[in-house]
Ligand binder design. Structure first.
Ligand code: FMN
Length: 769
């Protein structure tokens, strides 16, 4: 905290004053402007003060991705016990009202500490397994069709009122085994519960809300009694009731009553709001909506991207159980934390172009809208299933639907949940496609339950131009066929090109301000066939699919001095880096090594744009590079970036081994590994600390495959040990590193490993997963 406002932090103030900055002092998560766009409202915090104390709320607010995730991950230091605490303590009258109804909301899955939480979670989880959820698809689809049938010819509707509120509620009640009762009363109860727990009601509102919450509590009790009388009933609450009889000390009576009330809200409100946010976001981006209407295979990842950019769970709460630190800020024991996923999900430190709505983003699934770790939302796959069906049905039957112009979106003021209260859409019923093709209304596109696999996410692009960059090197420019804006990229980034049945990575080497992406592909005559296929089949107009861009080779552009080293086709990312350093006016030298001039791509461009900064090392002309001398040019303010063949990088790795951490970075185009598992590999055990699981990684299987099979989401990309995206933290145990990502120092430290290829050097590893 840097600026003075006079409002002292109650904690640090004791020891001489930790001033609260003016922006922290004026933070108001109930304000209309905040609710309209929480991520934008907290951009200042992500940039300048990622953990701040809000005197108004009495909470420490955490806004960056890694910090929010770290708090979710450590549910011992950061207890969930206050997750359902009222933000505003109730007035005496409100308390009296609640007491009249014997209101006694207590522990539920969301606000429970260990070890009770995991024990109950394990006991109650079976119903959420994918096979049990898949069976609900028909019901969700039937309900959706009934609702759409009712308004499809009307031309205008409020989607929240017409379907997005009620279907998730009906589905939740069905899943729980709770009889479908007065839906209007349940709506009133849900809103009251949200305002009571996460809102800032005025004294008058408090009384009304307390009365509704009291009635909700009584209702939950009555339903529970009725359900207890049907011992063989179906649904999750019946299952919990039977568990209560089987293990009363784990699934207790008071737990059942609290859970009954909380789950009715948790099970549907979040899905309703998330669906409304998603449809609003899609319709606000007509080109994206049009794409989805044409290609429903894009829906699962579009749903993830909607959950990332505008999730329904905005923020959640934790309480520190000991003195600790987040991002260097001292957090005292008993401090309350507001961890804002809506901000974390936009954090550009984790999501490249974090504010961009990109349905092709293959890291969208890493959003924190479902939380993370052992308290992650159990119903996440249920929410995904419903949202996908809503969007699939609407996009098929009403592709010409649009948002009613000029409407203002309002949000229920509260700390936790966010979604528009109304969503007015309109269309011309005469244009309904099912009028000319009646079978269309009953057609179905189904998606597998669970998170979309990044392997299924790809953007269609058209080859705009193709030419020669050198002998055996094709220069290819790709563009979006509909002119949809492409994600921005930074030097060092690459795309995955999917042609035929293979995927290959190519570094971007045009200018970041070009409307398309440019790559240069070397034909590798004795390769695996991918580059040959590209050379032989791509023509102007050919459609290809790509993933990315992603950058695992970032330029440390802040450094004043740079040595760039390119070997052969490794010039592609290095050239983009040289362009950037030139634009920034940095001191740089580009060493470009190759066998013969005619095979070296971009020689003209290099001479034109970087002539005075370039040293060419052409071996056919006796100009082989002396790497030792080049590396000797290093000084503490210099960064070295290199890309090229394995032999060059191996040599540089050795020469740079003693330089301080971060001085040298390289990217390899191949690992030299022959497959990810070897014949002489042996089995080993892994303890997953965050998930409380122990698994055996057998010989013949990778760590990545093993943890995924146990339902743990670990992102991955190349699965060749090159990209670093499957990195996992190692808490204990010796590692057999096989990747090309970590430096010698990072390997020696032994704190991380690449799950796709590296293994245990001994019998066991303990991982931060
Ligand atoms: N190969 C190129 O020809 N040009 C590139 O710009 C390029 N960039 C790459 C970037 C990364 C991050 C990686 C891992 C590899 C890159 N490659 C590049 C290598 C190709 O992905 C691929 O391995 C090569 O074209 C050989 O494929 P083939 O064996 O199927 O013919």
């Amino acid at each position: 905290m840097t600026e003075q406002s006079g409002t002292g932090c109650p904690v640090h103030g004791r020891g001489g004053g930790c001033p609260v900055s003016p922006r922290a002092a004026s933070f108001d998560p109930f304000a209309e402007s905040f609710l309209a766009d929480p991520a934008a409202a907290l951009e200042w915090s992500r940039n300048e003060e990622p953990v701040f104390f809000s005197p108004e709320l009495g909470y420490w607010v955490v806004t960056r991705y890694e910090d929010v995730k770290a708090v979710f991950r450590d549910n011992v230091t950061f207890s969930p016990s206050i997750a359902l605490e009222r933000v505003v303590p109730p007035s005496e009258e409100a308390m009296a009202t609640l007491k009249r109804y014997d209101y006694a909301m207590n522990r539920t899955l969301v606000n429970e500490d260990e070890p009770a939480h995991m024990e109950r979670r394990r006991a109650l989880m079976a119903h959420f397994l994918p096979e049990n959820l898949a069976a609900k698809e028909d019901m969700i689809r039937r309900l959706t069709r009934e609702k759409v049938d009712a308004f499809v010819d009307s031309g205008r509707v409020d989607l929240v009122e017409a379907m997005l509120w009620e279907i998730p509620l009906t589905v939740a009640l069905h899943f729980l085994g709770v009889p479908k009762e007065d839906m209007d009363a349940l709506k009133e109860f849900s809103v009251a519960h949200t305002v009571n727990t996460w809102g800032r009601p005025s004294p008058e509102q408090q009384l009304k809300v307390a009365d509704a919450v009291g009635r909700f509590w009584q209702y939950a009790g009555r339903v529970l009694d009725k359900m207890r009388a049907e011992p063989d009933g179906e649904g999750w609450m019946h299952f919990a009731i039977r568990k209560n009889a089987e293990m009363p000390e784990v699934v207790t009576d008071s737990y059942l009553h609290s859970m009954m009330m909380a789950i009715i809200v948790a099970g549907h409100e979040t899905t309703s709001l998330a669906s409304a946010n998603a449809v609003k976001l899609l319709l606000s981006n007509p080109l994206v909506w049009e794409r989805i209407c044409k290609d429903p295979a894009l829906i699962p990842n579009a749903v993830e991207e909607c959950l990332r950019l505008e999730g329904s769970q905005m923020a959640w709460r934790r309480k520190a159980t000991r003195d600790t630190e987040i991002a260097g800020v001292v957090i005292p024991k008993d401090a309350k934390l507001l961890i804002v996923s809506a901000s974390a999900n936009h954090d550009p430190r984790h999501f490249e172009n974090g504010d961009l709505f990109d349905i092709y983003r293959d890291s969208a699934v890493e959003h924190l809208t479902f939380g993370y770790g052992s308290h992650q939302c159990m119903g996440k796959n249920f929410a995904r299933l419903e949202m996908r069906i809503f969007i699939e049905e609407l996009s098929r039957r009403l592709p010409h639907m649009r948002l009613v112009e000029g409407q203002t979106f309002t949000y229920l003021p509260n700390l936790a949940f966010r979604g528009p209260q109304r969503l007015l859409v309109e269309w011309d019923p005469a244009q309904n496609p099912e009028r000319s093709d009646p079978a269309l209304a009953g057609r179905t596109v189904s998606f597998p339950v669970g998170a979309p696999s990044s392997k299924e996410i790809a953007r269609s692009m058209r080859v705009a131009e193709i030419g020669d960059a050198a002998r055996g090197v094709k220069l290819i420019r790709l563009e979006d066929p509909d002119g949809l804006p492409l994600p921005a990229w930074t030097p060092g980034a690459h795309i995955d090109l999917l042609v035929g049945d293979f995927s290959r990575k190519y570094s971007l080497c045009g200018s970041p301000s070009d409307p398309g992406y440019t790559i240069a592909v070397l034909r590798e005559q004795d390769g695996r066939g991918g580059s040959r296929f590209i050379h032989e089949t791509l023509k102007p107009g050919t459609m290809v699919r790509i993933r990315g861009p992603k950058n695992y080779f970032r330029l440390e552009e802040q450094a004043p001095r740079h040595i760039l080293i390119a070997g052969g086709i490794g010039i592609t990312p290095i050239l983009a880096m040289a362009d950037r350093l030139k634009a920034l006016g940095r001191d740089y030298v580009l060493h470009y090594c190759g066998r013969a001039r005619e095979t070296m791509a971009f020689l003209d461009r290099v001479a034109r744009d970087h002539g005075a900064h370039t040293v060419l090392h052409v071996s056919s002309e006796g100009g082989r590079a002396d790497l030792e001398t080049i590396v000797k040019g290093w000084s503490p303010d210099t960064r070295i970036h290199a890309c090229g063949p394995e032999r060059l990088l191996d040599q540089l790795g050795l020469l740079c081994g003693d330089l301080p951490e971060g001085s040298y970075k390289c990217e390899a185009f191949t690992t030299g590994l022959d497959g990810m598992v070897h014949a002489d590999d042996t089995a080993f055990e892994v303890d997953l600390a965050d998930s409380e699981l122990t698994l055996t990684v057998p010989a013949g299987r990778t760590l990545l495959e093993t943890v995924r099979a146990a339902g743990i989401d670990v992102p991955s990309d190349c699965e060749e040990g090159l990209c670093g995206s499957c990195e996992v933290g190692v808490l204990d145990g010796a590692i057999d590193h096989r990747d090309k990502v970590l430096s010698a120092a990072e390997r020696a430290e032994g704190k991380r490993m690449m799950a796709c290829c590296s293994r245990a050097a001994g019998k066991k590893l303990r991982l931060a997963l």
